[in-house]
Design a protein around this ligand. Structure first.
Ligand code: ATP
Ligand code: MG
Length: 615
């Protein structure tokens, strides 16, 4: 059976545009509209037109093939999922406004899937009984909806989009790791086949149970993610996760400072009238930010870390967010102390606290816990809430910090002598210029867009949703779980971001909507006969052909051809057909020059070239 078919331009629907839509600020958004691939229905909602859908389906097929090659099994669950399942996992409350909730005529709650851990886990729960059924990896390629606050950049961040999401279930960590690694390899192949250069980075694995996570990024000037990469080795991490070599002597004790001959004066309260910011304080005390301990008050949500022994912990109440989910504190406050020249990484903080989120506390909350207006917090004498010190603070033996009162600071503050934090953790935001944690080389930054994400989830869903199986000894156990997502729309748009020029798209063969564009100078007489014949021969050879049969000037057809970006263009003109060897003009979209090919051999030659690229 021949799947390919030649399509005449006049019979398809490719409404190309000369104008760029006003809200299209990135290349892929502009080109998808101009090439007639895509139209907008509403903010964040897009319709793929025939040309766009062809490329979209090619991305889908590549993903499907690579998933199947790992042994993952495709299923098709629904997009609308009972709200009950989301209540069981605890995410009905935790997800916030990005979760689209709907009610049916019986007033029952439903969710329009933004992701499908709950739906898959519920299906597996009902079928799983024995360890013999594990490991099990299921996936879907299906519609997702997220009520994004600010959809933008066309399909890069839409509200409705398509994701391939896979979920795997295992008896032990080794089995999870095996599938996780296989998925990582499959993702590398997927993006390579799509013609994309991706940067796999270490990523935050979240609050609960996650033990490994990798994101697949493409470099992008408008990327939402900051990546830190090492100039010397292969280290690459999302800033949310990035660590660095300490630029201080770890845990330098007061004694060590003393025996090294450093002066360690006693703590002293100083008047600092009308200075609030670190910069003002630096100027006032004629010193630099590295000498300050900056203290910030944070509010954390859904904290799983045990606070029973922590300052203020006795006043906090726990609750269960889901059926069998671990208990959490819905809300808890913390003081985070960090060296004055650094910023606190809120993702690292949330992860340290096993919290769903950590945000700066309001001015009123700051005043409530520190007894002073914003700007005078400090770890010395702070007892209402737990103090968490970034590791940098453990090396500070002569620091300045707020004194929990208006216009007052402490000087000569020593870690360990003047305050002892409740917890020490790595919380700094790593920046360009910091040292690589692996090799000590210099780190630099890039902006990136996330195309895919693989994630060891652990027991978060299987525990809260009560999944059980019997092991070899007949003992009831909870399986561990991984999840693996790729956005199809964003991947497609990223292909255009990487493959275009000033005239339009330059499709990689694997994603191109058609392989060959045939342009008869005029679709009549011998030119029509030759063009139709070539199209038929190519079609026979399994090549996908678009034949521009429109009664337009050649210049118009060439312009549209460049815009649409089909890899090969064949121009069929009277002049070349009447040469001693009747010929057509073949041009690669990515090259400037065209060449003549004998009509008799053109189809065969082209088919061979194209097949070689369609691995
Ligand atoms: P982001 O940080 O960009 O919002 P995410 O981390 O929330 O993404 P995941 O939940 O990991 O995304 O989803 C997996 C994949 O789904 C992403 O890597 C991306 O390709 C795609 N994706 C997520 N949100 C959108 C969206 N609003 N529009 C298009 N694709 C999306
Ligand atoms: Mg992600």
């Amino acid at each position: 059976m021949v799947l390919a078919y030649a399509m005449n331009f006049t019979r398809t629907f490719i409404p190309t545009l000369r104008e760029v839509p006003a809200d299209a600020v990135i290349v892929s958004h502009r080109l998808m509209f101009r090439a007639g691939m895509l139209r907008k229905l509403a903010n964040g909602l897009f319709a793929y037109l025939p040309l766009g859908l062809r490329s979209f389906k090619k991305v889908e097929q590549i993903i499907r093939e690579e998933m199947n090659a790992t042994g993952a099994l495709e299923i098709k669950p629904t997009v609308i999922v009972p709200g009950e399942l989301w209540k069981e996992s605890g995410r009905w409350d935790a997800m916030g406004a990005s979760l689209l909730r709907v009610k049916n005529r019986l007033d029952a709650d439903f969710v329009v899937s933004p992701t499908a851990e709950e739906a898959f886990t519920a299906l597996v729960r009902d079928e799983l009984s024995s360890y013999r059924q594990l490991p099990l990896t299921l996936y879907q390629i299906n519609t997702k909806y997220r009520d994004e606050i600010r959809p933008r950049y066309g399909v890069m961040r839409g509200r409705e989009f398509v994701m391939k999401d896979a979920y795997s279930y295992h008896a032990d960590d080794a089995s999870l790791d095996e599938t996780y690694q296989a998925m990582g390899q499959a993702y590398r192949r997927i993006f390579k086949r799509c013609g994309l250069s991706v940067i796999p980075v270490k990523a935050d694995s979240g609050a609960m149970g996650g033990s490994g996570s990798e994101e697949f990024m493409v470099e992008s000037a408008v990327g939402d993610n900051t990546l830190l990469l090492c100039k010397t080795c292969e280290y690459a991490a999302n800033v949310e996760k990035a660590t660095c070599k300490p630029d201080f002597e770890a845990h330098a004790s007061l004694e060590a400072a003393k025996s090294a001959g450093a002066s360690v004066p006693e703590i002293e309260k100083i008047d600092t009238p009308a200075v609030k910011t670190i910069q003002e304080l630096c100027a006032f005390l004629k010193t630099d930010a590295k000498r300050f301990i900056k203290t910030l008050i944070y509010k954390a949500l859904n904290v799983e870390l045990d606070l029973s022994g922590a300052p203020g912990g006795e006043k906090l109440e726990k609750r269960k967010p889901g059926t069998d989910a671990p208990e959490v504190y819905p809300e808890a406050f913390f003081a985070v102390a960090i060296r004055g020249d650094l910023d606190v990484n809120e993702v690292k903080l949330a992860s340290t606290l096993k919290a769903s989120e950590a945000v700066l506390a309001s001015d009123a909350d700051v005043a409530r816990f520190t007894g002073a207006p914003v700007g005078f917090a400090g770890p010395v004498g702070l007892s209402a809430i737990p103090v968490i010190a970034d590791t940098t603070v453990t090396a500070m033996t002569d620091a300045v910090t707020g004194a929990l009162a208006q216009d007052l600071h402490y000087a000569h503050v020593a870690y360990g002598r003047d305050f002892v934090p409740w917890l020490i953790a790595d919380l700094r935001t790593v920046i360009a210029g910091d040292r690589c944690p692996q090799c000590g080389g210099e780190l630099y930054e890039k902006k990136g867009n996330e195309l895919g994400h693989i994630f060891k989830l652990g027991y978060k869903y299987t525990q809260s949703m009560q999944v059980r199986y019997l092991d070899e000894t007949g003992k009831s156990r909870i399986p561990t779980m991984g999840c693996y997502g790729v956005g199809l729309d964003r991947t497609l748009a990223s292909v255009i971001e990487e493959h275009h020029d000033e005239n339009g798209i330059l499709w990689p063969m694997t994603i191109a909507p058609y392989h060959v564009l045939i342009i008869p100078v005029k679709y009549e007489g011998t030119m029509k006969v030759a063009a139709d014949k070539l199209a038929a021969e190519l079609e026979q050879a399994g090549i996908e052909v678009l034949l521009d049969d429109r009664p337009e000037r050649p210049g118009v057809k060439f312009k549209d051809g460049d815009l649409i970006g089909i890899p090969y263009r064949v121009v069929v003109g009277d002049k070349n057909l009447t040469l001693s060897t009747p010929s057509v003009e073949v041009k690669r979209r990515s090259e400037k020059e065209s060449r003549l090919a004998p009509v008799s051999k053109a189809a065969e030659e082209l088919a061979a070239l194209i097949r070689a690229e369609l691995h």
